[in-house]
Design a protein around this ligand. Structure first.
Ligand code: SAM
Length: 243
């Protein structure tokens, strides 16, 4: 497993409380910085996820770690009658709710304050569960994944979008410069929370990816696990199902 990296070195709070506090702090400019940091590629990766989800004609979708709700909002174009965005940061949810209201999607999408490692829904409930850049922030990855397996319907789809680390020259070196120099600098200059982007970068560098994460998913009980590296491997989409 990866080292348990937390946002604030000197805090006595647990990782989950620190993560919620950090995202509350950066919620105001999260969307803007996310676009800059990913050079707009994040929106393309999310469109790929939308395609996968649309094809399965789901009735119910849970987007864990929904943050400001971008994936949940995209899912409004699918057949789903129930779309839940779940997050532990009220600050991120509040920004998402404003975006949902502005697009008149309040009747389709519910933004719920809650923990992806203790999902407040019944067993076998959702046709699709997604998590974008959320699993690496979990306090206990295995607990979160077992909760996802519990609440996913048999035959349902589980999709993760997560950062990963390119392994080939020159992308490996370019990525190291971006994550170790550019990302913390952008955070220091533009974010209200000076250490947040250093945490996000360190956690991205330590988190298991590719076959290692696939094996964790299989060990949890997921089936048909596969991964699709994106843009030279700077992010990866994982796809899995339940027996
Ligand atoms: C990097 S943001 C990603 C937001 C959004 N999914 C996106 O693609 O932009 C990570 C989000 O995960 C949330 N989060 C972290 N741990 C969580 C948990 N255990 N349960 C639910 N949300 C969690 C944070 O509050 C934060 O909003």
């Amino acid at each position: 497993m990866s080292k348990n990296i937390t946002p604030y070195k000197d805090s006595e709070l647990g990782k989950k409380e620190q993560v919620a506090q950090m995202f509350d702090n950066i919620s105001g400019n999260y969307d803007g910085l996310n676009k800059v940091i990913s050079f707009g590629t994040d929106a393309k990766w999310k469109q790929k996820i939308l395609k996968m989800v649309t094809a399965s004609q789901p009735k119910s979708i849970l987007d864990i770690a929904t943050g400001t709700g971008d994936l949940a909002i995209l899912f409004a174009s699918t057949t789903a009658e129930e779309i839940i965005g779940l997050d532990i940061s009220q600050g991120m949810l509040d920004i998402g709710k404003k975006k949902i209201q502005a697009q008149h999607l309040d009747s389709k999408i519910q933004m719920v304050l809650g923990d992806g490692e203790n999902i407040p829904y019944a067993d076998n409930y959702f046709d699709v569960i997604t998590v974008a850049y959320g699993v690496r922030n979990f306090e206990n990855l295995e607990k979160g994944l077992s909760e996802i397996l519990r609440t996913l319907k048999p035959g349902g789809q589980f999709i993760i979008l997560e950062t990963s680390v390119p392994t080939k020259f020159p992308f490996k070196q370019g990525y190291a410069f971006h994550s170790k120099v550019i990302l913390p600098l952008i955070g220091k200059l533009f974010s209200k929370d000076k250490t947040a982007y250093t945490y996000l970068s360190n956690s991205a560098n330590e988190f298991p990816f590719g076959e290692v994460l696939n094996n964790i998913l299989r060990k949890t009980g997921f089936i048909d696990v596969k991964h699709l590296p994106q843009t030279f491997g700077v992010a990866t989409i994982y796809h899995a199902s339940k027996k």
